[in-house]
Ligand binder design. Structure first.
Ligand SMILES: [Zn+2]
Length: 447
């Protein structure tokens, strides 16, 4: 079906000047842009009455199974946060609670203008998150957490028994997901290998993943250089900084995607740049867990490939990319005493084209162009917080919020329309999620 979204103010990419025009969309791809007075022939015409169309935003590091634990693990340092709360809570998940957690998170993301995510699941039930993503219509790169290290340091001890998998077992389960899901829904769902981090994986596993990634073309996504204490533990136990260790194992290439990179030195940044490694900055999580502030402006100037992520709901506590953009920009300005750092356009570029680029999806998404996928968000900027009405990137980055998002289209299909999910019973899903959370908490408390 050919659709015409007429009378919209369209921002094709971060450095574009928004212009009022008509947008023509085929089944799933953009056909053309037309002046307002020219409404091309189409099956359906929708008048957007001056609302703004932007490229769908990309969250390149989230954990949908953790949405169920929002508000249950506050005010703790990273290693205790993992050991005492997140791992035992994740281990208490069942298939349905995992699915519902992913549904809640996907709804929050889409309603906030996000059309693509890179989602790191838990050790178990990754296929349930994939099912939720598939059903709701989100575009995603997903993968189960891989952990095969059975000699974790005391700081990380006490991992739930159900999380231990042998190297072979964890790889076999990952490959099963790859065969079952990679490329599904016309390539909307893609698989990636996701070792949790260096301290919870063996060298053998990481080397095997380097090989499998080159064979399949799938990304390897992991956490790296998130906190000083964790980085020091890696150096103590593996004899190298995290980035240099990954480099030694043959993982440093354009298919590697690292979340955080807060504690990176100049040598690390040079490797990130030269090997075209993707870096996902999660500024709010890094602040809430007291991890620090990533040298984002420095990496940007060095042409490191950057993206944003909200990480898990228990360490943020929401999945709002508008907040990530504003914090990312302001933290760099404030810490560098430089108001010109991370300007609004550069920041919005990271949230759109940058996110698409690190996921290897920039040929299809990240900007609005003829031939690219119709992944977009429609925003009503006629709000108190953006008055007087101004169509600008500044309005999005410094004054934007999810309540401005009115409609979201992914793959040419409206997944969110007039502030609602047309195909979902949201109240019923929330009710079921609350019941599932009770089950999970009771298992967690009685473990
Ligand atoms: Zn994470």
């Amino acid at each position: 079906m050919i659709k015409c979204l007429k009378n919209a103010v369209i921002l094709k990419h971060a450095y574009d000047t928004p212009v009022r025009q008509n947008l023509l969309i085929g089944d799933d791809r953009i056909i053309g842009f037309y002046p307002v007075e020219h409404v091309p022939k189409s099956d359906l015409i929708i008048d957007l009455d001056g609302m703004m169309i932007i490229p769908g935003m990309v969250q390149s590091h989230v954990h949908l199974p953790q949405v169920m634990f929002r508000g249950l693990a506050d005010d703790l340092p990273l290693l205790s946060w993992l050991k005492e709360k997140i791992w035992p809570l994740e281990a208490a998940h069942d298939a349905e609670s995992t699915y519902l957690s992913a549904m809640l998170g996907s709804m929050e993301l889409i309603a906030g203008g996000v059309t693509t995510v890179c989602d790191m699941e838990s050790v178990l039930y990754a296929e349930e998150s994939a099912r939720a993503i598939y059903e709701i219509g989100l575009r995603a790169v997903f993968g189960k957490v891989l952990m095969d290290y059975n000699d974790t340091p005391p700081e990380l001890g006490g991992m739930p028994d159900t999380f231990f998998e042998s190297t072979r077992e964890t790889i076999d389960k990952a490959m099963e997901l790859y065969h079952g899901w990679h490329g599904k829904a016309d390539n909307r769902i893609r698989f990636a290998f996701m070792p949790r981090g260096i301290l919870t994986t063996t060298e053998e596993l990481l080397q095997e993943l380097a090989y499998l990634s080159s064979e399949t073309g799938c990304l390897v996504h992991t956490h790296a250089c998130e906190t000083r204490p964790e980085s020091e533990l890696v150096e103590e136990r593996r004899g190298l900084t995290e980035i240099k260790y990954l480099h030694k194992l043959g993982l440093t290439n354009e298919r590697l995607l690292l979340a955080h990179c807060v504690c990176v030195d100049d040598d690390d940044i040079a490797i990130l740049r030269d090997k075209r490694i993707g870096v996902v900055s999660c500024p709010l999580t890094n602040l809430k867990l007291g991890s620090g502030i990533a040298p984002l402006e420095k990496m940007r100037i060095e042409n490191v490939h950057l993206a944003f992520g909200s990480d898990g709901a228990p360490c943020n506590n929401n999945l709002d990319i508008f907040q990530e953009m504003k914090f990312a920009s302001l933290l760099q300005k404030g810490t560098l005493h430089e108001p010109t750092a991370m300007n609004a356009r550069d920041t919005f570029d990271i949230a759109t084209r940058g996110g698409a680029n690190v996921l290897g999806l920039d040929a299809d998404i990240g900007t609005l162009e003829v031939g690219k996928k119709a992944d977009l968000a429609v925003l009503d900027l006629d709000q108190h917080e953006t008055a007087p009405l101004q169509y600008s990137v500044s309005s999005l980055v410094y004054a934007g919020n999810p309540h401005m998002v009115r409609h979201v289209m992914i793959d040419g299909r409206w997944v969110y329309r007039s502030g609602e999910f047309p195909d979902l019973d949201v109240a019923r899903l929330r009710e079921k999620a609350l019941a599932a959370q009770k089950r999970v908490l009771s298992r967690y408390e009685n473990k």
